[in-house]
Ligand binder design. Structure first.
Ligand code: C2E
Ligand code: CA
Ligand code: CA
Ligand code: CA
Length: 278
């Protein structure tokens, strides 16, 4: 019997077998993480340059792994996308974000939260109805929820996500194009989408105060966004000098370590203006 088994095992490539086993164990760990509450949501502030107010936050996922500690999304989001588990993560992020929005609304705070949405989520025709149900149950106005979609994510699916995007937009949810300038999408395609905001990838912001060509490029992207009637956010602002350039170029919103790092809710709350008495 042992010999027969050995022969069968020998048909497998041991390296592939090891890959398959580690894939399976990561998958079951990820499922446990989702089911057992090991995911965390951190919030990174977005500042409006016109008046300096924190008008919103981007929600970013973390995995509080029981053995490996605090894991960044780069270590599990791509895997979750390739195994379909990203849908549960998105659903969890939406629930958390909407619960926080409900608390802020009750405190009279007008602050929005943006959640990252993957290709696979956009292939799900039920997404708009599920978001509508979550917003209604929490009594949160749709305009306070934003969804960030990457150009690559928009183009990668087997179906054109335009109908899902239109339903979301009709709900009143705000849509943003994330990592703008790094993807493959054509401007003609973007112009058809019901989006409200353009988020300029941080590669265009890095060192912009020291490079005239980069400044010209950044200025053109901001003008393009405004020309299309979109609000423009710059990502990855790390220095006061970069911020000054963005101010001068008329960028609407900034996000980055200079404004604030991603923080757990309790610490993020401390950045907000004192709540209005209701
Ligand atoms: P992203 O959507 O472009 O998010 C911004 C990333 O840049 C975050 O990394 C943030 O911590 C980082 N960042 C912010 N300001 C600065 C800065 O000034 N300098 C630098 N160098 N980095 C800055 P994070 O949290 O590690 O997330 C990485 C990516 O993982 C995100 O990129 C997004 O694509 C993905 N991701 C994060 N959370 C989720 C999620 O809940 N769902 C999905 N589908 N993807 C997520
Ligand atoms: Ca994002
Ligand atoms: Ca981004
Ligand atoms: Ca930099």
């Amino acid at each position: 019997e042992a010999k027969r088994l050995r022969n069968e095992v020998a048909l497998y490539d041991p390296e592939l077998e090891a890959d398959r086993l580690s894939h399976l164990s990561l998958l079951s760990e990820l499922e446990a993480a989702i089911a057992q509450g090991q995911l965390r949501q951190v919030l990174q502030p977005k500042r409006r340059l016109r008046d300096g107010r924190i008008t919103g936050a981007e929600a970013l996922v973390r995995w509080q792994h029981p053995l490996r500690g605090w894991l960044p999304p780069a270590e599990f989001v791509p895997f979750a996308e390739s195994t379909g588990r990203i849908r549960q993560i998105t659903q969890w992020m939406l629930r958390r974000a909407i619960a926080t929005l409900a608390t802020w609304c009750a405190q009279g705070r007008d602050v929005a939260i943006a959640v990252n949405i993957s290709t696979l989520d956009l292939q799900d025709g039920q997404l708009p109805a599920r978001i509508e149900a979550l917003l209604q149950a929490a009594g949160v106005p749709a305009r306070l929820l934003q969804l960030e979609l990457t150009e690559t994510g928009l183009m990668a699916g087997s179906q054109d996500p335009i109908h899902v995007l239109q339903s979301l937009s009709r709900l009143g949810v705000r849509l943003a194009i994330d990592d703008f300038g790094t993807g493959q999408s054509s401007l003609a395609y973007l112009q058809r989408l019901p989006v409200h905001e353009l988020k300029i990838d941080r590669s265009f912001v890095d060192g912009v105060d020291r490079d005239a060509k980069r400044q010209a490029l950044l200025g053109s992207i901001i003008t393009l966004g405004h020309g299309l009637g979109l609000e423009v956010t710059a990502e990855g602002v790390e220095t006061e000098a970069e911020l000054a350039v963005l101010h001068r170029l008329g960028c609407d919103l900034v996000q980055g370590y200079w404004v604030g790092k991603p923080l757990p809710l309790a610490h993020f709350d401390a950045l907000l203006a004192p709540a209005l008495a209701c």
